[in-house]
Design a protein around this ligand. Structure first.
Ligand SMILES: [Zn+2]
Length: 153
């Protein structure tokens, strides 16, 4: 009896995205990294919440808007508390949220990604066509990954 083995992996980011942009203070293109801190600004019953990035060279800050003019009541209480507490897990989650970078027009440096592969599942079926292995890799971030890296699982 032969087997048909299917293995599925997913690419997971290990660290927040790095932004590449012109730093007004350095006067040149630099990298901005996640400080893992939030800035919360209350204005009446409206909230602005940003994730704070800063220049690796001079610490010049760059705020990425998570919520703008959002009603206090429309933000889940638990999440709001995490913003106030500068919850690291939440800050890292937003730091890997591609949508946030898109809406803030922040350029992600795709050459500086720290990622790993996590095995999602493996199935084995009997096969009449001889031994086969199918490896699929989910790539939720559409990262450009060199094939030799994928093969070296
Ligand atoms: Zn700078």
């Amino acid at each position: 009896m032969s087997y048909f083995k299917k293995i599925e992996y997913e690419i997971v980011l290990k660290d927040s995205f790095w932004i590449i942009r012109n730093c007004p203070k350095c006067g040149t293109k630099t990298h901005f990294i996640n400080t893992k801190k939030f800035r919360v600004n209350a204005n009446g019953n409206r909230l602005d919440i940003w994730l704070i990035y800063h220049c690796v060279e001079c610490k010049h800050t760059l705020n990425l808007a998570i919520y703008e003019r959002k009603k206090v009541s429309s933000i889940p209480k638990e999440e709001y508390q995490c913003f106030l507490d500068n919850d690291i897990q939440l800050a890292e989650m937003y730091g890997k949220n591609m949508q946030l970078f898109r809406t803030n027009k922040a350029d992600i440096d795709f050459d500086r990604l720290h990622y790993g592969l996590v095995k999602l599942h493996e199935t084995i079926e009997s096969s009449i066509l001889g031994e086969q292995i199918l490896i699929t890799v989910k790539n939720p971030y559409q990262m450009k990954i060199r094939s030799e890296k994928q093969i070296a699982l």
